[in-house]
Design a protein around this ligand. Structure first.
Ligand code: PMP
Length: 393
């Protein structure tokens, strides 16, 4: 008997219109997307292998080179979120059995350690509680001890609100014959990073933070040393989708005359990413860094005026894009955040991974980064502190 009738009816929810409320996204990401970028992502789709798409991808590559301050030819955007870039970096530069060193001072190091462990690397970690940073001496000792092929460090630790000082670390890694991998998902555009001058081998970011594009694409760049390592491996990377041999061809980075189909990239996501990189280029990196710092300082002062304490004591180590507030004594942080969401349509968040229960996080990134929004965030916090019950304990 052939099957001729549907037995699953159309779901009732699908017969209702989409509901997506307006929210002030003042957490650690995603951030609000400005109309210009939304408009770019709403343009008619073209084919992922059309000449015009290649031009847009070439523009994106140039935009990333500027944002990262690199001349690396191997510069592209991943089809996927920041985690895709994390996995791409590790899967391509490390072979099973090789030693990897991961600096953990929040959730991102934890994640990379797990990614490396899953693909069969020998993982060594340096661990600090959230808020701690790594000195060059500590890093050099660990490099000498573990002799890793790759060292991972988070530039903007968004779970702790910390910016890691970067000078000199690339040189140390190269002295110890190791590649330096740096995560700038939360910091790019808000805190200075200079990929080439700081001798960083692999750098990646996300689209949805200070770049203000929708989530779902992730810029990444590889130095010549990184390319040498990943294109001279004995084993194939564990992921077909993230294999840089194919991705470098798809992005026109391998010098071959033709780009061959590998996967269908997120066309609208690339339109949006191009527009967000164009906005950064028009504004200028230094202006963007200065602006984030100014608004962050304004927010920090306002928070202190409310009687709140900043989690990172040293101003120079505070991440300008994501501010962490120590949970005020006597309050339930979940209640404060729920109140702010309910009464102000505003997202702020708690900690993440090891910083859960330690901090509340306020992010003002890119388009969201201005004193008017800082005032709104402060007013919402003041309102929550006034109206949420304080426990006796
Ligand atoms: N690294 C850092 C520093 C981040 O803040 C985030 C996102 N919160 C990620 C990596 C992961 O990015 P995604 O959620 O886009 O996969």
């Amino acid at each position: 008997r052939s099957v001729s009738s549907v037995t699953i009816p159309p779901p009732a929810c699908m017969l209702r219109p989409l509901e997506a409320p307006f929210r002030y996204l003042f957490g650690p990401g995603p951030s609000n997307v400005p109309p210009r970028i939304l408009a770019a992502s709403g343009r008619p789709i073209i084919g992922h292998l059309h000449q015009e798409m290649y031009q847009i991808m070439d523009d994106i590559k140039k935009g990333i080179q500027y944002a990262f301050q690199t001349e690396n030819n191997m510069t592209l955007a991943m089809s996927g979120s920041g985690h895709t870039a994390m996995e791409c970096a590790v899967f391509n530069t490390v072979e099973p059995g090789e030693s990897v060193l991961v600096a953990i001072n929040g959730i991102w190091g934890e994640r990379v350690a797990e990614i490396a462990e899953r693909m069969g690397a020998k993982v060594h970690t340096m661990v600090k509680t959230p808020g701690g940073y790594f000195t060059n001496e500590e890093i050099e000792q660990a490099l000498a001890k573990h002799k890793p092929v790759l060292f991972f460090l988070t530039h903007g630790e968004s779970s702790a609100g910390l910016v890691q000082p970067m000078d000199g670390i690339g040189d140390l890694c190269h002295k110890h014959n190791c590649l330096l991998l740096v995560d700038t998902v939360a910091s790019l555009g808000s805190a200075p990073i200079y990929m080439d001058q700081q001798n960083i081998d692999i750098l990646y970011t996300g689209s949805q933070k200070a770049l203000n594009a929708p989530p779902g694409t992730a810029p990444i760049s590889f130095s010549e040393r990184a390319c040498h390592k990943m294109f001279n491996r004995k084993t194939k990377p564990v992921s077909y989708l993230l294999d840089m041999t194919y991705l470098s061809n798809y992005w026109g980075c391998d010098g071959k005359p033709a780009r061959i189909y590998h996967h269908t990239g997120p066309v609208s996501g690339f339109f949006a990413l191009r527009e967000s990189l164009a906005i950064l280029a028009e504004k200028g990196l230094e202006n963007s860094w200065r602006h984030h710092r100014e608004v962050a300082e304004y927010l920090w002062k306002g928070l202190e005026d409310l009687g709140l304490q900043l989690f990172i004591k040293d101003k120079e180590l505070r991440l300008p894009s994501v501010t962490t507030i120590a949970i005020p004594e006597g309050y339930n942080w979940r209640e404060l955040l729920a109140y702010i969401m309910k009464h102000h349509q505003m997202e702020m968040t708690g900690g993440l991974g090891p910083s859960v229960g330690m901090v509340m996080r306020v992010g003002l990134m890119g388009y969201n980064c201005n004193k008017g929004n800082a005032d709104m965030a402060l007013a919402a916090l003041a309102d929550a502190l006034k109206n949420c019950p304080k426990s006796k304990a």
